[in-house]
Design a binder for this molecule. Structure first.
Ligand code: SF4
Length: 327
């Protein structure tokens, strides 16, 4: 299947800024860390048309940075991102309109001084997708599609609950008629019952509109619910990817296996009282990634080769891609 949005060998490094605090610390003789952060390293992946790719990993693994590069918000340090074969970046600080993003915190992403009708209409009017005269009807239609009363168009963001604000953010993104929707932890800040409502809305809209989506989350259960394909990320690299049903049914990489075993189950183990096994240790700092396989300090199957040689992401017979010497 042809991928609509493609990342080819994409990396992102953040060079340290010299802050006033650094200058003061330096003047006082303290050592200041000036190493660059390798947030994303040599990632290649594609989001096929009409499908949803789930990008999963722990906080700090680089998935949001990768999502921002794919959305055209952040330029890669190396490699390239293409949408239908073209670079979506129109300039260092310009964001393409063909890729829209729904962020984790809907309150922070909505202008508190704009009525939400204006928030939804301003992009489509500015880009000629609708006339000023046609904007009220368009806003009413999108509010209804995301399950809100069209009369809410005159309200301000602070007059909505968190779930309602996320519905507004989805309406604003989809009113731009994007080729690709990037959802970056869209339900992470919501209560569990509201999460389910927003996920079901997302699924309904995806089916009705044939959306192509990148869905980023630290929550495996959430990603399982919405994704056709998944990519598992660890310390800036993809360690396993493939059809979601296959990866969830038979995870091959020890990190994917650990993530799945870390999800608390409703049925408890009769011996321990627990039926989940959290992955040992913590995500290492991207300032000093471990040599070899970056997961080796936490991996129960690590051997000597894992400590010195980084395993490449290689295709397996079941169609998945896995980066592990022993899987
Ligand atoms: S390469 Fe080695 S350390 Fe890395 S995941 Fe595989 S078994 Fe574990």
């Amino acid at each position: 299947m042809t991928a609509l949005l493609v990342a080819e060998n994409v990396s992102k490094r953040f060079s340290p800024r010299i802050t006033l605090g650094d200058r003061i610390a330096g003047a006082l003789g303290a050592k200041v860390d000036r190493r660059a952060v390798h947030a994303v390293s040599e990632v290649s992946l594609g989001v096929p048309q009409g499908r949803t790719l789930g990008l999963v990993g722990e906080s700090g693994c680089g998935k949001s940075t990768l999502g921002r590069m794919l959305a055209g918000i952040l330029p890669p340090s190396e490699g390239r991102v293409t949408l239908r074969g073209e670079a979506p970046m129109q300039g260092r600080h310009k964001v393409t309109t063909r890729i829209q993003t729904v962020f984790q915190d809907p309150y922070a992403s909505l202008n508190p001084r704009l009525r939400i009708g204006e928030t939804i209409a301003e992009g489509p009017v500015a880009h000629g997708l609708v006339t000023r005269e046609g904007a009220p009807a368009m806003v009413a239609e999108w509010l209804a599609r995301v399950g809100l009363d069209p009369a809410f168009a005159t309200r301000f963001p602070h007059q909505f609950s968190g779930g309602q604000r996320q519905r507004v953010a989805i309406a604003r993104a989809l009113a731009m008629q994007p080729d690709v929707l990037v959802c970056d932890e869209p339900v992470a800040s919501l209560d569990v019952s509201i999460q389910a409502q927003i996920l079901n809305l997302f699924l309904d809209l995806r089916q009705a509109l044939g959306l192509t989506c990148l869905f980023i989350s630290h929550d495996l259960s959430v990603v399982r619910h919405v994704s056709d394909r998944v990519a598992i990320m660890y310390l800036g690299r993809i360690v396993e990817s493939g059809e979601a049903a296959r990866v969830y049914a038979a995870p091959r990489h020890p990190y994917t296996q650990g993530l799945l075993a870390s999800v608390p189950k409703l049925v408890l183990d009769s011996n321990t009282g627990l039926d989940f096994r959290p992955i040992a240790g913590e995500l290492p700092s991207p300032l000093s990634p471990p040599p070899g396989c970056a997961f080796h300090p936490r991996c129960p199957r690590a051997t000597e080769v894992c400590r010195v040689e980084r395993p490449p992401l290689t295709p397996r017979e079941d169609g998945t891609l896995v980066a592990c010497h022993h899987a």
